[in-house]
Ligand binder design. Structure first.
Ligand code: NAD
Ligand code: TDX
Length: 339
């Protein structure tokens, strides 16, 4: 089968392409990516010459370009990873989030409709459910939890999810949605918590923890997420939402301390900075549905996953040092300069 993977030069899409080409060597994978600040072709360097892989630099909002690519490739499925993905950037400037995350998703689905109702999978987030209180560890997000967003980012992702379900009901487009918790692993852009803390530690720079560091996230190793998406694409029920993640909750400060200790640095590097506006307190996924229906469970324990991740950043300094040497410096100054 031919699969179009959008946003494949980013963190999760890139990991997915590596996973997919190994798991299904008979498939053709076409990566479509605009190469924004978050897209890195070096992530795909090792597969670029594969005969069953094609990279195409394209914006998901470019209707003409998208239709041309669909005409050429006649895809059997589209997996939409392409998005503006960083909450802090959405707080600074929401516009591009609405454009890419909502309009881009509708352009892709229009192309799916125009090319014989192509199977469409939307990669979404647990952030569409808003947050849970810190003092109610008994509460979890299920697929029935109402949408209740906090940031421009999560609102744009929720808008896209509603459109995807509307295209199913109105036009019968064969869709599925996965809503995943926080991922970590190789190729994670160093604006996000875990890679930022690893990079700063290695450069003996302050570790900026928002607020008191008590906010809780439910961490999932990226390869486990890729396996879940693959399962949903092949065996998921059309028109359904699947939550992905589960029972690996940690406070931010715990994560940062683990990284500090693993790298043999001092906790003195930790610096508490002004909190994120509207900061979600706790995310926690109930993965019962995907477990019961598709047999999926997270396989990688956090202790193993974080060790593998840190080892990857140590072995691939060139990958992230190149990123943080450019425009990233301006971003860092703007976000953290006098925070
Ligand atoms: P990322 O920011 O690392 O990568 C996004 C990719 O999309 C980049 O390669 C970028 O160039 C590309 N892109 C952006 N705008 C585009 C456009 N208009 N047209 C084409 N390509 C465009 O993001 P990520 O962390 O890999 O997230 C991938 C998806 O997973 C997103 O939809 C995100 O909402 C979702 N998600 C992420 C997490 C997480 O923890 N990172 C968790 C749950 C869901
Ligand atoms: O410098 C930092 N200091 C800090 O304390 C950064 C970058 C983050 N944080 C905190 C904020 C969050 O509570 O760490 C937590 C994780 O932050 P991010 O890595 O920015 O992730 P989050 O906001 O939880 O969103 C991520 O998971 C859900 C992804 O970026 C989203 O794309 C995904 O939908």
């Amino acid at each position: 089968m031919t699969v179009i993977v959008t946003g494949g030069a980013g963190f999760i899409g890139g990991n997915f392409i590596h996973y997919h080409l190994k798991a299904h060597p008979g498939d053709r994978v076409v990566c479509l990516d605009k190469l924004t600040y978050a897209g890195n072709l070096s992530t795909l360097a090792s597969v670029m010459e594969y005969p069953n892989f094609r990279f195409c630099k394209l914006d998901i909002c470019d209707r003409e370009g998208i239709n041309r690519l669909f005409d050429e490739e006649q895809p059997d499925a589209v997996i939409n990873f392409a998005a503006e993905s960083h909450v802090d950037r959405s707080i600074e400037d929401p516009g591009v989030f609405l454009q890419t995350n909502i309009i881009g998703t509708s352009v892709l689905m229009d192309a799916c409709r125009a090319h014989g109702n192509v199977r469409f999978h939307q990669v979404s987030t647990d952030e569409v459910y808003g947050d849970l209180p810190l003092d109610r560890p008994d509460l979890f997000f299920t697929e029935e939890t109402p949408i209740h967003t906090s940031s421009p980012y999560s609102s744009s992702k929720a808008g896209a999810d509603l459109l995807v379900l509307a295209y199913y009901r109105t036009y019968g487009l064969p869709v599925t949605i996965s809503r995943c918790s926080n991922n970590y692993g190789p190729y994670h852009f160093p604006e996000k918590l875990i890679p930022l803390m690893i990079a700063n530690c290695l450069n003996d720079k302050p570790l900026p923890v928002y607020g008191e560091g008590k906010n809780v996230r439910d961490w999932l190793y990226v390869e486990d997420h890729c396996k879940a998406i693959d399962l949903i694409l092949r065996k998921g029920r059309i028109g359904e939402v699947y939550n992905v993640g589960g029972h690996n909750e940690m406070a931010n400060i715990e994560i940062v301390k683990r990284i500090v200790h693993a790298l043999g640095k001092s906790e003195d590097l930790i610096t508490y900075v002004t909190d994120r506006k509207g900061h979600d307190l706790r995310y926690a996924i109930d993965p019962t549905k995907i477990h019961k229906e598709l047999g999926w469970l997270p396989e990688t324990k956090f202790t193993d996953g974080i060790q593998k991740t840190i080892a990857w950043y140590l072995e691939h300094r060139d990958w992230w040092e190149e990123i943080i040497s450019g425009e990233y410096q301006n971003y860092y100054q703007k976000m953290y300069g006098d925070r």
